[in-house]
Design a protein around this ligand. Structure first.
Ligand code: DQA
Length: 146
Protein backbone atom coordinates (compact mmCIF):
# COMPACT_ATOMS: atom_id res chain seq x y z
CA UNK A 1 0.00 0.00 0.00
CA UNK A 2 1.36 3.46 -0.86
CA UNK A 3 2.11 5.93 1.90
CA UNK A 4 -0.54 8.60 2.21
CA UNK A 5 0.02 11.99 3.83
CA UNK A 6 -2.59 14.58 4.74
CA UNK A 7 -1.62 18.25 4.40
CA UNK A 8 -3.73 20.81 6.28
CA UNK A 9 -3.48 24.55 5.78
CA UNK A 10 -5.25 26.54 8.50
CA UNK A 11 -7.14 29.84 8.46
CA UNK A 12 -6.29 32.67 6.07
CA UNK A 13 -3.67 30.63 4.24
CA UNK A 14 -6.05 30.61 1.27
CA UNK A 15 -5.06 34.29 0.96
CA UNK A 16 -1.34 33.63 0.48
CA UNK A 17 0.13 35.65 -2.34
CA UNK A 18 -1.74 38.80 -1.39
CA UNK A 19 -1.87 38.46 2.42
CA UNK A 20 0.84 40.54 4.13
CA UNK A 21 3.45 39.62 1.48
CA UNK A 22 6.19 41.29 3.56
CA UNK A 23 5.69 38.53 6.14
CA UNK A 24 4.33 35.58 4.17
CA UNK A 25 5.82 36.16 0.71
CA UNK A 26 4.16 36.34 -2.71
CA UNK A 27 3.75 32.64 -3.40
CA UNK A 28 0.13 31.52 -3.60
CA UNK A 29 -1.30 28.47 -1.86
CA UNK A 30 -1.86 26.88 -5.26
CA UNK A 31 1.84 27.24 -6.08
CA UNK A 32 2.84 25.76 -2.71
CA UNK A 33 0.51 22.83 -3.26
CA UNK A 34 1.91 22.18 -6.76
CA UNK A 35 5.44 22.04 -5.36
CA UNK A 36 4.35 19.75 -2.49
CA UNK A 37 2.74 17.42 -5.05
CA UNK A 38 6.01 17.37 -7.04
CA UNK A 39 8.00 16.37 -3.96
CA UNK A 40 5.42 13.72 -3.13
CA UNK A 41 5.56 12.30 -6.65
CA UNK A 42 9.37 12.08 -6.52
CA UNK A 43 9.19 10.36 -3.15
CA UNK A 44 6.33 8.10 -4.30
CA UNK A 45 3.83 9.15 -1.66
CA UNK A 46 0.23 10.23 -2.10
CA UNK A 47 -0.77 13.67 -0.79
CA UNK A 48 -4.24 14.84 0.06
CA UNK A 49 -4.37 18.59 0.66
CA UNK A 50 -7.04 20.53 2.60
CA UNK A 51 -7.47 24.13 3.64
CA UNK A 52 -9.97 25.35 6.17
CA UNK A 53 -10.78 28.51 8.06
CA UNK A 54 -12.82 26.54 10.63
CA UNK A 55 -11.39 24.91 13.74
CA UNK A 56 -13.99 22.13 13.97
CA UNK A 57 -13.51 21.19 10.34
CA UNK A 58 -9.75 20.88 10.90
CA UNK A 59 -10.43 18.65 13.93
CA UNK A 60 -12.65 16.46 11.71
CA UNK A 61 -9.94 16.20 9.02
CA UNK A 62 -7.42 15.08 11.64
CA UNK A 63 -9.76 12.61 13.29
CA UNK A 64 -10.22 10.89 9.95
CA UNK A 65 -6.45 10.51 9.44
CA UNK A 66 -6.25 7.42 11.60
CA UNK A 67 -7.72 5.08 9.03
CA UNK A 68 -6.45 6.69 5.85
CA UNK A 69 -3.07 8.35 6.37
CA UNK A 70 0.38 7.59 7.74
CA UNK A 71 1.40 11.20 8.38
CA UNK A 72 0.14 14.75 8.82
CA UNK A 73 1.79 17.98 7.64
CA UNK A 74 0.03 20.96 9.18
CA UNK A 75 0.28 24.72 9.24
CA UNK A 76 -2.34 25.45 11.90
CA UNK A 77 -1.90 29.22 11.26
CA UNK A 78 -3.60 31.33 13.97
CA UNK A 79 -4.97 28.18 15.66
CA UNK A 80 -1.37 27.31 16.55
CA UNK A 81 -1.64 29.75 19.42
CA UNK A 82 -5.17 29.00 20.61
CA UNK A 83 -6.47 25.57 19.73
CA UNK A 84 -6.51 22.89 22.42
CA UNK A 85 -9.01 21.07 20.18
CA UNK A 86 -6.56 20.73 17.26
CA UNK A 87 -3.76 19.74 19.61
CA UNK A 88 -5.94 17.04 21.22
CA UNK A 89 -7.03 15.74 17.80
CA UNK A 90 -3.38 15.34 16.74
CA UNK A 91 -2.57 13.60 20.02
CA UNK A 92 -5.53 11.24 19.66
CA UNK A 93 -4.76 10.44 16.02
CA UNK A 94 -1.49 8.74 16.94
CA UNK A 95 0.01 9.47 13.54
CA UNK A 96 3.25 11.47 13.17
CA UNK A 97 2.61 15.16 12.60
CA UNK A 98 5.01 17.84 11.40
CA UNK A 99 4.09 21.47 12.11
CA UNK A 100 5.20 24.16 9.70
CA UNK A 101 5.12 27.96 9.64
CA UNK A 102 6.19 30.35 6.93
CA UNK A 103 7.30 32.98 9.43
CA UNK A 104 9.43 32.69 12.54
CA UNK A 105 6.66 32.94 15.14
CA UNK A 106 9.26 33.55 17.89
CA UNK A 107 10.51 36.76 16.30
CA UNK A 108 7.01 38.23 16.02
CA UNK A 109 4.35 39.45 18.50
CA UNK A 110 4.33 37.90 21.99
CA UNK A 111 0.98 36.18 21.41
CA UNK A 112 2.61 34.09 18.66
CA UNK A 113 5.39 32.82 20.92
CA UNK A 114 3.34 29.93 22.24
CA UNK A 115 2.51 26.97 20.04
CA UNK A 116 -0.02 24.55 21.54
CA UNK A 117 0.78 22.22 18.63
CA UNK A 118 4.57 21.85 18.93
CA UNK A 119 4.47 19.51 21.96
CA UNK A 120 2.38 16.97 20.02
CA UNK A 121 4.31 17.32 16.74
CA UNK A 122 7.31 15.15 15.88
CA UNK A 123 9.02 18.32 14.76
CA UNK A 124 8.44 21.89 13.65
CA UNK A 125 9.92 23.79 10.71
CA UNK A 126 9.50 27.55 10.74
CA UNK A 127 10.87 30.79 9.45
CA UNK A 128 11.96 29.65 5.99
CA UNK A 129 8.97 30.96 4.05
CA UNK A 130 7.47 28.43 1.65
CA UNK A 131 10.58 26.30 2.12
CA UNK A 132 9.31 25.42 5.61
CA UNK A 133 6.59 23.36 3.91
CA UNK A 134 9.01 21.57 1.58
CA UNK A 135 11.54 20.78 4.31
CA UNK A 136 8.70 19.67 6.59
CA UNK A 137 7.30 17.31 3.97
CA UNK A 138 10.72 15.77 3.24
CA UNK A 139 11.32 15.29 6.98
CA UNK A 140 7.91 13.71 7.48
CA UNK A 141 8.43 11.28 4.60
CA UNK A 142 11.85 10.31 6.01
CA UNK A 143 10.26 9.74 9.41
CA UNK A 144 7.49 7.53 8.04
CA UNK A 145 9.81 5.50 5.81
CA UNK A 146 12.13 4.63 8.71
C1 DQA B 1 1.68 31.24 10.47
C2 DQA B 1 2.02 32.03 11.73
C3 DQA B 1 0.78 32.31 12.55
O1 DQA B 1 1.11 33.06 13.72
C4 DQA B 1 -0.24 33.10 11.77
O2 DQA B 1 -1.42 33.29 12.50
C5 DQA B 1 -0.52 32.50 10.42
C6 DQA B 1 0.57 31.92 9.66
C7 DQA B 1 2.89 31.09 9.53
O3 DQA B 1 2.83 30.22 8.64
O4 DQA B 1 3.87 31.82 9.64
O5 DQA B 1 -1.63 32.59 9.92
O6 DQA B 1 1.26 29.94 10.83
Amino acid sequence: MSTRILVIHGPNLNLLGTREPGIYGKTTLKQINLELKKIAKNRKVILVIKQSNHEGEIVDFITKTKLKYQGLLINPAAYTHTSVAIRDAISASNIPAVEVHLSNIYSREDFRHTSLISPVAKGTVLGFGVKSYFLGLEALIDLISK
